[in-house]
Design a protein around this ligand. Sequence first.
Ligand SMILES: C[S@@+](CC[C@H](N)C(=O)[O-])C[C@H]1O[C@@H](n2cnc3c(N)ncnc32)[C@H](O)[C@@H]1O
Length: 353
Amino acid sequence: MGKIDKIFLNSKIMSLDLFLEKTLYDKKFGYYQKKNPFGKTGDFVTAPNISNIFCEMITVWVVSFWENLKKPKRLNFVELGPGNGDFCEILIKTLKNFPEVYDSINIILYEKSYILKKIQKKRLVSEKVSWVDNLKNIKSGPIIFFGNEFLDALPIKQFKKINNNIFEKYANFKNGKVEFVYKKAVKKQIAKLRSYGLLKNEGVIEYPEYGFKELNIICKKINKLNGGALFIDYGYELKKNIDTLQSVIKHNYNKIDQNIGNADITSLINFPLYKQYFNVNNLNVENIITQSQFLQKMGIIERANILRKKMNLSEKTNLNQRIKRLIHPKMMGENFKVIFAKNKKCDFSLAFK
Ligand SMILES: C[S@@+](CC[C@H](N)C(=O)[O-])C[C@H]1O[C@@H](n2cnc3c(N)ncnc32)[C@H](O)[C@@H]1O
């Protein structure tokens, strides 16, 4: 009997988001608990893995936010889902060029995967860095939250509208295999979908209940302690309902019901829906912009020009390829978007105007 069966042994039927939660984060057999999925030898690559320059641009944005917050003596910076620690390592290194910010910053990492936390602890040995299991335990502000490809890794629910009836997707287990079935959705759930205008269109309706639970704490902290949250992720801005669940293994697409526990499963971010959620929770949201716009406004081209001066030809070619990957519209430049939600009294909007 394979490990998939062990995760779901004795399981009968469960909602799609619970199925995804177990598949990805089950303490023993979940995908993120077993391996380091990043890089060429893993299953996928993220922007911090592609180039330090991406991490530098975010760091400069944080430095400016700190200034806008009137240079607080203590700033909590929370990285949500820090992965293999690539971003945080460059954050610390780059901040050393800004000694006042470096002194004031307190870096808090929020990570659910035991193996990734282990990797982070080995790599990020600094009195500046600590880990938190529950965001509620952060009591002081101001706070800046940052998540790169954090939201897409959170389980979602899916629904279908058939003749004005709403059905929720469930995972059912038979003979060691999973099959997806639809059951009538409960009233409470339908009311949530309606409140966000998700029932207006046909198609597969996606609702990030887990994501909203995480964001609920984040919004409360920002409201109470001041600051904001910056998220970068792949997603869309259509008002349509679409099925965006996707799975990858070793840099190739995989069927959702195959290689369970050994393949990553993510969904695209419905950015307008997240914007609504932030607004409902009393935060202001800047325009949603593309990763390309964000990085270019933060000066990625100018930074690359400086770096190139000290590089030989092959290093230059390598840098050019990496930057292209980050900002080209047909690569990550446009599929990846950036959303910034902030306390209502905060007027920081660098890169978004
Ligand atoms: C796709 S990876 C992105 C990693 C990193 N930010 C990057 O860009 O390379 C998603 C990360 O979020 C973490 N994660 C997912 N759900 C989480 C949760 N509910 N709480 C904390 N971390 C979570 C995963 O373990 C992983 O580190």
